[in-house]
Design a protein around this ligand. Structure first.
Ligand SMILES: Cc1cc2nc3c(=O)[nH]c(=O)nc-3n(C[C@H](O)[C@H](O)[C@H](O)COP(=O)(O)OP(=O)(O)OC[C@H]3O[C@@H](n4cnc5c(N)ncnc54)[C@H](O)[C@@H]3O)c2cc1C
Ligand SMILES: NC(=O)c1ccc[n+]([C@@H]2O[C@H](COP(=O)([O-])OP(=O)(O)OC[C@H]3O[C@@H](n4cnc5c(N)ncnc54)[C@H](O)[C@@H]3O)[C@@H](O)[C@H]2O)c1
Length: 605
């Protein structure tokens, strides 16, 4: 893999004589790219990713890589995807991410041996983030990525090419220069090249590159970029990673945030310019955080001249079978693609939770883009300040459940900028119900998501509109919340008089209580001239189950953890996480909704 990266860099810098020196931007010899995939959360998503990956690798990236969930819980899926990619592309063009923090030496050696046996020759050695207990991490043998680099070199010598992560804007709040020093140590310990955290500012990356060179890091450094395809998703990811985004870009995206096609146009022009700036400065490779999306990523890479389809010789299944290889089970049993109905609108047209059969379905934390902790604090990072403020606010004394209820109520009133489940301020459409929501929250219906009913509002409406002009949009009232068993019992009794309301409740241990119907249900849809009905948000019981696991984890991971191990607060939050239900209620009568009346009855004395 290293040879491949070096050869691609050198070919880009020294194009063959036949290529004119005034090569155009789209000259395929001018650049290369890699595509990063993450393991989807559901079997159907994995099956569809396999299919999509086959098309994406045929487009001609230099290599593909597969992320790894901290703790290695999804290691089998990551490995299966890497193995499938290897079968398609060959062994030297596939990289597997692997995290080490909290793992034992035996586990890591076993994962590495399994990867080697599957024909993976390149590892992106990472620390990982998602540890339940920092104290535990401090005593663990593998604290930093460098420990994994050293392990690979000592146990497997040169069997693997090793890449490591770099952070143009710093990492972990310990200072940019210290970060660089640690990066140099990783390279000195045996890393062959560096892939960076996503970056949307050419100056920032080029300064980082110069600083790396200045301290003697000579290996290839590939900047990471995530294509901008959907406003909500982009905002959530930059809030998580805290990467710097030019204000002009944010303003332009905000102005068209409900129109995915316009967001994608603006995002693509921006990313193409960024790549051009990199190329002008002699940086020819780009790492794409694909988010498992196909069309926007391949389109961008193609326009930027980063693909080389001629270099890919995808082997047919017959060739693979002749070579004694077994195709992944997902391919043999893959369902008819579910993508067709959304292909025109890419993956989540202004939509929210995605389709559980989609390869791009998952929680943002699955994308493993980077640290969720604030990096080096810079004055430009107002967003970090916002998070720190939130930490302080929700870190206040919590003695009783009522104190917890108050935090939720304050969030929907706009007095707290974030809670662990909601990282952005409420949408304007929620203002019509925010007082009712605050009251529900104060009475133990702890809301994390909602929408009021909408019946045929113009798609250009400044509050409820989305999609192209001249359409009409609709939505069912919906609310998602945590509550205890007593309130759920009462809700079920109330719902018997509201037959158009459907309920689905799940507890952390997986116990479920479901209403009469439990099918995939349309939540938001739009009718536009000359199109089929567009349905960006559905309530899907499978997605809800997957999401509930994440939702319960956030009590501990993003909240309880802010308090000392034996504190009252930790115990209280932990009890809530284990005993409360996560509930969704959909009001199927979008013409005359009674959802909030029903919830008011639950909290009435
Ligand atoms: C390209 C890329 C891909 C990623 N893929 C995944 C993935 O698949 N799965 C996943 O879970 N996460 C992934 N991540 C996220 C990554 O795990 C986190 O960003 C994590 O917080 C840091 O990982 P690292 O490997 O950079 O850590 P390290 O290099 O160990 O650095 C972590 C922090 O510790 C500091 N440090 C390093 N050495 C020392 C030392 N000796 N003493 C004190 N401080 C030290 C560093 O300066 C840095 O602040 C990815 C990140 C990137 C950029
Ligand atoms: N039901 C599922 O199957 C499923 C699956 C995955 C994610 N989710 C939910 O999706 C959320 C993220 O997706 P999104 O794009 O819909 O979020 P979002 O931030 O866009 O919020 C959607 C709507 O809910 C409102 N809202 C936000 N926080 C609220 C709160 N605390 N109380 C009441 N209303 C609130 C917003 O104003 C907005 O109108 C997750 O936090 C989770 O709640 C649900």
């Amino acid at each position: 893999m290293l040879n491949l990266v070096q050869a691609a860099e050198s070919a880009a810098r020294n194009p063959p004589p036949s290529s004119s020196s005034s090569a155009t931007f789209a000259d395929p010899r001018r650049g290369f790219c890699s595509f990063e995939f993450f393991p989807p959360k559901t079997d159907a998503g994995v099956a569809n990713l396999m299919e999509r990956m086959e098309r994406m690798v045929a487009a001609g990236p230099l290599f593909v890589d597969v992320t790894w969930r901290s703790g290695g819980e999804t290691s089998a899926v990551s490995l299966a995807i890497a193995k499938a990619a290897r079968q398609l592309l060959g062994p030297d063009r596939v990289m597997l991410h692997m995290t080490c923090a909290g793992a034992s030496k035996a586990t890591l050696v076993s994962h590495l041996a399994t990867a080697a046996a599957a024909g993976v020759q390149c590892i992106l050695a990472l620390r990982g983030d998602d540890l339940d207990d920092f104290e535990e991490q401090n005593n663990a043998p593998f604290k930093y990525a460098i420990d994994l680099v050293r392990l690979i070199r000592s146990e497997f010598t040169n069997k693997f090419t090793v890449a490591v992560a770099g952070y143009p804007e710093g990492h972990g709040g310990i200072g940019y220069a210290v970060n660089l020093k640690h990066l140099k140590e990783k390279v000195d310990a045996g890393a062959d090249f560096i892939i960076t955290q996503m970056v949307y500012n050419a100056e920032v990356f080029l300064q980082f590159l110069q600083d790396c060179r200045g301290i003697g890091i000579t290996c290839p450094i590939i900047p990471g970029i995530m294509p901008i395809t959907n406003y909500q998703q982009f905002i959530r990811i930059i809030s998580l990673t805290k990467v710097m985004v030019p204000d002009d870009l944010l303003d332009a995206l905000r102005a068209v945030k409900h129109d995915d096609a316009a967001v994608r146009d603006i995002g693509s022009s921006f990313v193409l310019q960024l790549i051009q700036q990199f190329q002008n400065a002699g940086v020819f490779g780009v790492h794409f955080y694909t988010m498992n999306l196909e069309e926007p990523v391949v389109g961008l890479a193609e326009t930027a001249g980063l693909l080389d389809p001629a270099s890919v010789k995808i082997r047919s299944s017959e060739q693979q079978e002749l070579a004694g290889e077994v195709r992944p089970i997902y391919w043999q049993h893959r369902p008819t693609s579910y993508m067709v109905r959304t292909s025109d609108w890419s993956e989540f047209p202004n939509g929210r939770w995605g389709d559980h059969q989609s390869p791009a379905f998952g929680d943002l934390s699955d994308f493993h883009l980077a640290a969720v902790h604030p990096p080096t604090v810079s004055p430009r990072h107002a967003i970090i300040q916002k998070e720190l403020d939130t930490d302080i606010t929700i870190c206040r004394r919590l003695k009783t459940e009522q104190d917890v209820f108050e935090v939720f109520a304050k969030y929907v009133q706009g007095d707290i900028p974030m809670i662990p489940w909601c990282s952005n301020p409420l949408d304007s459409e929620t203002s019509s119900i925010s007082q009712r929501l605050a009251n529900l929250n104060r009475h133990g219906i702890l809301t994390i998501n909602s929408q009021p009913a909408v019946n045929g509002v113009p798609s250009t409406d400044s509050v409820f509109g989305w999609g192209p002009a001249d359409g009409l949009v609709y939505q069912k009232a919906y609310v998602e919340f945590f509550c205890d068993s007593q309130r759920l019992d009462k809700l079920e009794r109330v719902l018997s008089a509201h037959r158009h309301l459907t309920l689905h409740a799940i507890r952390a241990d997986g116990t479920e209580r479901v209403g009469a119907t439990n099918h995939t249900t349309a939540l938001t849809w739009g009718v536009f001239p000359n199109r089929e009905i567009v349905q960006p948000t559905i309530m899907d019981p499978v997605s809800f189950r997957v999401w509930s696991t994440e939702a319960f984890t956030l009590w501990q991971r993003h909240w309880a953890r802010l308090y000392p191990a034996s504190s009252t607060e930790r115990a209280l939050l932990s009890t809530i996480a284990h005993s409360y239900w996560l509930v969704t209620v959909v009001d199927n009568n979008f013409v005359a909704s009674t959802l909030f009346d029903a919830l008011d009855q639950v909290v009435m004395a």
